[in-house]
Design a protein around this ligand. Structure first.
Ligand code: GLC
Ligand code: CA
Length: 543
């Protein structure tokens, strides 16, 4: 049976897959498309109706696929176009749609478009990228100047991310048309939607003026200058018109820095996308030696605001993890916290807040951060440049590696922990990145056998959600807004209500039980639940 409902994405769970680390089938140590296909039944058992695949296009893999050399080809590391078509078809049989990642702010330096553009100022693709004779003081998100000298053309080009990721010039209508063609090609292939990578950065201010320095090197982080600039929505509406209009295609934009009050321009009837990932509730931030540390109250406020902003118009993607962030059980809780309970506490929020839950691979079993002491152990490039930046600011190795441990993107990129066999059932070869050492204690197979595991709790909640019109459609009412420990709210729909109470702190919390107005306990992540008290990390649902 096919989901034909135009808003199918409101009622399902989206699952993000980082293909390199999910399931290898040919023993080369890198996950592949066939591996994803082989795990579709597992995903269906998690209530997943939509898989967001991080980029699987041809790529030199300097930023693990976010450096695309050819949008029309599948990366041979992951398989063939036939494997992709097979994945789409097999997913479809299980009522699962595939969502592709559109990396439209930049491409790889190896992309033919850039290879042409860099040849000369006379080349027909000369201004497909952003070329200048002199750089300004912008710093790339992965460190260093955002401008790179090109000897061949004798000019600098702009790169928001790595210096091998030249930014496309969206001012040029040919560039925009080429990108819309890419999206339409994938729609023809049968994908169900798109996640738009780094989409808030596509429009640059045309004066390219220096920004106010934010560190001792005199530079300013590029996105302070380029995020959400005037005129960006005109381009995005044009994208919508040329790619989305009249089709049942789901979209979610990655929108670091968009504020709740700006959401209405981006999502809903006047907006462009169905949903937008904003990052206001996430720990960490962009400069790791000076991390953003949110209290429970801050996290609550951020989420409450987004819930409010999308209450009448638009829709909210609920998420605590992705392939760029540390594992949530580490990011939101202390080292000493009981991680299984912490995972269940967050799963409660993930599956009961108003919106579409986005689960990141391994989150459903409560996978944790790695603990690598040497910077050489880290694969992803931002860890290395953040480490260097910290040293330059005068921090010691211990301090700098501490920042990396807390925020490295590799935390989320270690292989999926399927079972206790060698390499956790991920590969028969040598994994491209080491496994987390805890895989023998923490894996899918063990949790499938344990009725008290995070995975079992996840499944109980996902089934509840699937059958609950209140959780699927109900409105959102914040409760105990000023409580520093408890994340509480009520969902209401057609005279029915569910109240959710989660103690995000690691000590006991008390609340006035009159807020429950006689509701009965429906589900708890602990066996010893009682009314008016929440033990550390306890989550209770009342009906
Ligand atoms: C996004 C991706 C990240 C990537 C960057 C550059 O933030 O999520 O993984 O490195 O864009 O494409
Ligand atoms: Ca492989």
């Amino acid at each position: 049976m096919k989901q034909m409902d135009a808003q199918w994405w409101k009622k399902t769970v989206c699952y993000e897959i980082y293909p390199s680390s999910f399931q290898d089938t040919n023993g080369d140590g890198v996950g592949d498309l066939k591996g994803i296909t082989s795990r579709l039944d597992y995903l269906a058992s998690l209530g997943v109706g939509c898989i967001w695949l991080t980029p699987v296009y041809a790529s030199p893999m300097k930023d693990n696929g976010y450096d695309v050399s050819d949008f029309y080809k599948i990366n041979p590391l992951y398989g063939t176009m036939e494997d992709m078509e097979n994945l789409i078809a097999e997913a479809d049989k299980r009522n699962i749609k595939i969502v592709m990642d559109l990396v439209f702010n930049h491409v790889s330096e190896e992309n033919a478009w850039f290879q042409e553009s860099k040849k000369s100022k006379e080349n027909p693709k000369s201004d497909w990228f952003i070329w200048r004779d002199t750089p300004n003081n912008w710093r790339g998100i992965f460190g260093g100047s955002a401008w790179k000298w090109c000897e061949e053309r004798k000019q600098y080009y702009l790169h928001t991310f790595g210096d091998f990721q030249p930014d496309l010039n969206w001012e040029n209508p040919e560039v925009r048309k080429a990108l819309y063609d890419v999206a339409n090609f994938w729609i023809q292939k049968g994908v169900g939607g798109f996640r738009l990578d780094a989409v808030v950065y596509i429009k640059k201010p045309q004066d390219f003026a220096d920004g106010k320095p934010d560190a001792s090197d005199g530079m300013v982080l590029i996105h302070e200058m380029t995020a959400n600039r005037d005129g960006i929505l005109d381009y995005l509406h044009e994208f919508k018109k040329n790619v989305l209009d009249g089709k049942n295609i789901f979209t979610v934009g990655e929108a670091n820095g968009i504020l709740p009050e700006q959401l209405k321009d981006w999502v809903g009837s006047e907006g462009v996308f169905d949903m937008l990932f904003e990052f206001n509730h996430l720990q960490g931030g962009d400069i790791w030696y000076n991390p953003i540390v949110l209290s429970t109250l801050d996290v609550k406020n951020a989420i409450f605001q987004s819930q409010k902003a999308t209450a009448l118009n638009g829709w909210y993607p609920v998420f605590f993890e992705n392939h760029d962030k540390p594992r949530s059980v580490n990011a939101y809780f202390s080292k000493a916290a009981d991680k299984a309970l912490a995972s269940k506490a967050l799963t409660t929020l993930l599956l009961t807040l108003r919106g579409t839950p986005f689960v990141y691979e391994g989150e459903e079993i409560g996978m944790t951060n790695v603990d690598w002491d040497s910077i050489e152990a880290y694969h992803e490039l931002n860890s290395r440049s953040q480490y260097e930046m910290a040293l330059q600011e005068g921090f010691s190795h211990e301090q700098a590696i501490g920042f990396v441990k807390a925020l490295s993107r590799d935390n989320a990129r270690t292989p999926m922990q399927w079972d206790s066999s060698p390499n956790a059932g991920f590969t028969t070869g040598k994994p491209w990145i080491p496994l987390n050492e805890n895989f023998k204690q923490l894996n899918v197979a063990l949790q499938e056998e344990n009725a008290n595991s995070p995975l079992a709790y996840y499944r109980r909640l996902v089934n509840l959600r699937k059958q609950s019109p209140v959780l699927l459609n109900g409105n959102f009412l914040p409760l105990l807004a000023d409580d520093p420990q408890i994340f509480a709210f009520r969902r209401e729909f057609e005279g029915k209500a569910l109240t959710v109470l989660v103690n995000l702190s690691e000590s006991e919390a008390h609340y006035d039980s009159s807020i429950l107005s006689g509701q009965k306990l429906l589900l708890s992540n602990r066996n010893d639940a009682s009314v008016g008290i929440l033990r550390p990390l306890e989550a209770n649902l009342f009906e």
